[in-house]
Design a protein. Sequence first.
Length: 249
Amino acid sequence: MTTATGRNDPIWQARIDLAAALRLAVRQGLHEGICNHFSLLVPGSRDRILINPQGLHWSEVKASDIVLIDPDGNVLEGKHTVEATAFYIHARIHVNQPKAACVLHTHMPFATAITSIDQGRLEYETTQNGLRFLGRTAYDDEYNGLALDNSEGDRMCAKLRDAEVLFLANHGVIVTGPDVASAYDDLYYLERAAQVQIYAQWTGKPLKRATAAVAKKTAEQIASDKTQVYSHFAALKRILDREEPDYAA
């Protein structure tokens, strides 16, 4: 997409994708107030981070509102500030996890419900959507208050290890990926898997699980096809292009 101002470079496209993800999260009920944060490394950089601004509702964020910071929290570009916990969570993951180019943190209700259960876990084998996260998920079972210093961000990052999804006890989830499309696709399906699991658990009846062999096979099948991931995000952006085109301004 080329914006009205004619900007079509990779960094501007990164801003557009991040703004799109924020708008879509509102549409799909994955946001909470003006809290939570989405961030993305500037393409080709390891020390420049794009992140949503403090104080704006995600439904009003535009590409031009996205703030550029460095790993020390200095605002390099942008007219807004960055919320403190956003910096301490996201910057430490970007610095310490090279594959985590995109970091999405939300308190989305069903996934967060799992974090409010003692030793809560995503029951992967009970749904096809859950199986996409088999072997890709970590858990932080020790809630430690707000992330307001580097040590807390580093502690969360250590819990994430080589996983791409981290459940934070009593808090929410962190989803990482190589780009916005991949991370957002996982964020969406993580919430869907958690939703069905919570509904199933409400019945009080035993959960039906796929066998270990079928679970492994299905997880591999899902991981082998990335076409759906990028087609999904492209389709969602087309909806925004029609209904909320100012997101790209």
